[in-house]
Each structure stands twice: as structure tokens, then as C-alpha cells.
Write a protein of this length. Structure first.
Length: 141
């Protein structure tokens, strides 16, 4: 009899606590965004003597030498995340085009020199978003 009172209250508290933890973890647990940041975000831009040196340095340090081409965005995560919400325009399923240009460096493997060639431009970016976070880099335009 004595335990009947507190038990439901305790269970309810635990259930609410568990729900809060699940929601908090759930909204942040986005491994594709972790990969996106590793592969595409470099802010501030890592120092290198030129863009080719930059690309060779970055493609090796980020373990992406298996990729033919890759783009690095030189803006903070906050700025890039906004493309998924206020600073982007929907351009296809889950796709958003940034309203403003970003400083980016495009690295492409050159089989003749067996090294990467880098080009820096300021262009709009198109990314895929999930849960209001970037998950794939689509292209620049
Ligand atoms: C791009 O880079 C230029 C030169 O470094 C800088 O002045 C400008 O603020 C940058 N633009 C953005 C959107 O970060």
C-alpha cells in the first residue's frame, strides 16, 4: 500500500527523463553531418603556399585521397547550416541552394602529376539537408 503512491510518479518522471534524453540525442545524432563537416568544412582555411599545396595537404590529412574531386567550404558550421533553413532556397528534394556565395576550394586529382590541383572561387553552393543539417555536398554554381 505504502509504495502505490510514489511508484507511478517515479515511473512517469523516469519516462519523461528518458524521452528528453532521447529527443536531445536524436536531434544531434546525425553521422552524415559529421562526415559532411569532415569532408567539406575547413574554416578558417588551412594555410598552404598555394591551392595545389592546400589540396594535397587537405586530401591527405582528411583521408580523402581515394576521391577524385572534393570541395572545401571556408565558412563556419553556423553559416553553412543556415543554408538548410533561412539562407537557402529549396532546389529539389532535400536540396538547398545558398542565397549567398561561399568561399570554396575545389580539389581535383590530376593523374598526370599524380597530385591534386586546387581552384578557389566564391560561388553559391547546393547541399542536401536532413533535419536542418547539411549531409551531402551537391555542387557549386
Ligand atoms: C571570402 O574571402 C574574401 C577574401 O579572403 C573575404 O574578404 C570575404 O569576406 C570572404 N567571403 C565570405 C562569404 O566568407
Amino acid at each position: 500500500m505504502a509504495l502505490r503512491g510514489p511508484r507511478p510518479a517515479l515511473l512517469l518522471t523516469l519516462a519523461l527523463l528518458a524521452a528528453c534524453v532521447a529527443l536531445t540525442i536524436g536531434s544531434r545524432w546525425n553521422p552524415l553531418n559529421d562526415i559532411f563537416r569532415k569532408e567539406h568544412v575547413d574554416f578558417p582555411k588551412t594555410v598552404a603556399t598555394n591551392n595545389n599545396a592546400y589540396c594535397n595537404k587537405m586530401m591527405w590529412s582528411r583521408v580523402m585521397y581515394w576521391k577524385y574531386s572534393n570541395t572545401f567550404i571556408h565558412s563556419s558550421n553556423e553559416e553553412i547550416n543556415k543554408v538548410c533553413t533561412t539562407d537557402g532556397v529549396a532546389s529539389g528534394p532535400y536540396k538547398f541552394e545558398s542565397k549567398n556565395p561561399f568561399n570554396i576550394t575545389i580539389c581535383t586529382f590530376n593523374p598526370w602529376s599524380i597530385s591534386y590541383t586546387g581552384v578557389s572561387v566564391s560561388e553559391k553552393i547546393v547541399i542536401s539537408c536532413w533535419n536542418a543539417l547539411p549531409v551531402f555536398y551537391v555542387k557549386n554554381r
